[in-house]
Design a protein around this ligand. Structure first.
Ligand SMILES: Nc1nc2c(ncn2[C@@H]2O[C@H](COP(=O)(O)OP(=O)(O)OP(=O)(O)O)[C@@H](O)[C@H]2O)c(=O)[nH]1
Ligand SMILES: [Mg+2]
Length: 302
């Protein structure tokens, strides 16, 4: 029923690049809406995921990993992460439990302290450590800040994520549902499609390429009796990068297209044609106007 009272709230997931924020969001939703990769700074925008079960509806906000920005796109990523934290009832601070606490973690802890929002510490990637190491890690973190909860999880292996949800519900207030049961995100479909394509480039390329690209959807078209046609452009910063994306005899771009198509078909539950182009826009990451044109939110630079 739509106007029944259930537990609701907004929870922002923050942490250093690569901590596993997007993996956790996808695991909670049991569907991929946020792209993941082993390259830091994968996520560039905030992505809302709506989780609904019998007694709760919770909006989880995935954010770009917190780092020292080196260009305008990085500035944008940090501003957008901060704006999300301010709108949430609870913050999940996710750390990689298999790595030592470092200066990057310290910077995030400082942000959390200043904001004074109830914060859960999630010790992620516990599949990579022993129980003894975990005990030591908990012991170390518990004295750093008055975390509301410290929850060990593995976002990848789905360890303790249900328990996390149950504990979270205790902190939420009762209210009415904000979204119909079948909504899992308020991000537009074209955005998620462009992200899936970007994910494949991140996974298949190395060095400077992953950070230098953007993807825009040029057209989504459906004609009767034929598959949906999606035309997208992969934007690179330099001519030399264009060649790397295309690959020898087009091998790389074909592989990107093949993998992206699989994910998009699963998202849309239908077969598609995917046509990919590569375009050079010199230095787009350093120019606010271009960043806006490439689909990033335009209220952030004002
Ligand atoms: N072993 C292990 N790996 C994990 C776990 N969670 C995430 N990972 C891996 O860590 C890498 C980063 O995961 P993401 O979810 O993209 O990390 P993120 O925090 O969203 O990163 P940014 O978007 O760059 O800030 C990926 O290769 C994941 O497969 C986990 O619980 N265990
Ligand atoms: Mg991410």
């Amino acid at each position: 029923m739509y106007n029944e009272l259930i537990k609701t709230g907004f929870i922002t997931i923050i942490g250093r690049p690569n901590a596993g924020k997007s993996t956790l969001l996808n695991n909670i939703l049991q569907q991929k809406i946020a792209i993941m990769s082993d390259k830091p700074q994968t996520t560039r925008n905030i992505i809302n995921g709506v989780y609904t079960d019998a007694d709760s509806q919770i909006v989880f906000i995935d954010t770009p990993g917190i780092h020292k920005p080196k260009h305008k796109l990085g500035d944008y990523m940090m501003k957008i992460a901060n704006s999300a934290i301010k709108e949430s009832e609870i913050v999940y601070l996710i750390v990689n439990a298999s790595e030592k606490f470092g200066s990057g973690d310290e910077r995030i802890l400082k942000i959390v302290k200043e904001l004074n929002v109830p914060t859960f510490l999630l010790l992620n990637k516990i599949d990579l450590i022993t129980p003894e190491q975990l005990i030591k890690t908990i012991d170390f973190y518990k004295d750093l800040y008055d975390f509301k909860e410290i929850v060990p999880i593995s976002a990848l292996k789905s360890i303790n994520v249900n328990n996390l949800l149950n504990v979270t519900k205790k902190y939420l207030v009762s209210s009415i549902k904000m979204y119909p049961d079948d909504v899992i995100t308020d991000s537009p479909e074209y955005f998620i499609i462009s992200e899936f394509i970007r994910e494949k480039v991140l996974q298949l390329t190395e060095q400077e390429i992953p950070h230098s690209i953007a993807v825009v959807i040029d057209k989504i078209e459906k004609e009767e009796n034929s598959k949906k046609l999606i035309i997208a452009s992969i934007i690179v910063e330099r001519k030399s990068q264009k060649g790397m994306i295309i690959g020898k005899q087009g091998k790389m771009i074909r592989e990107i297209g093949k993998r992206a198509r699989r994910d998009i078909e699963e998202l849309l539950s239908e077969k598609i044609y995917l046509e990919l182009w590569v375009k050079v826009i010199e230095g787009w990451r350093t120019k606010p106007n271009l960043i806006k044109d490439l689909g990033y939110r335009d209220d952030i630079f004002d």
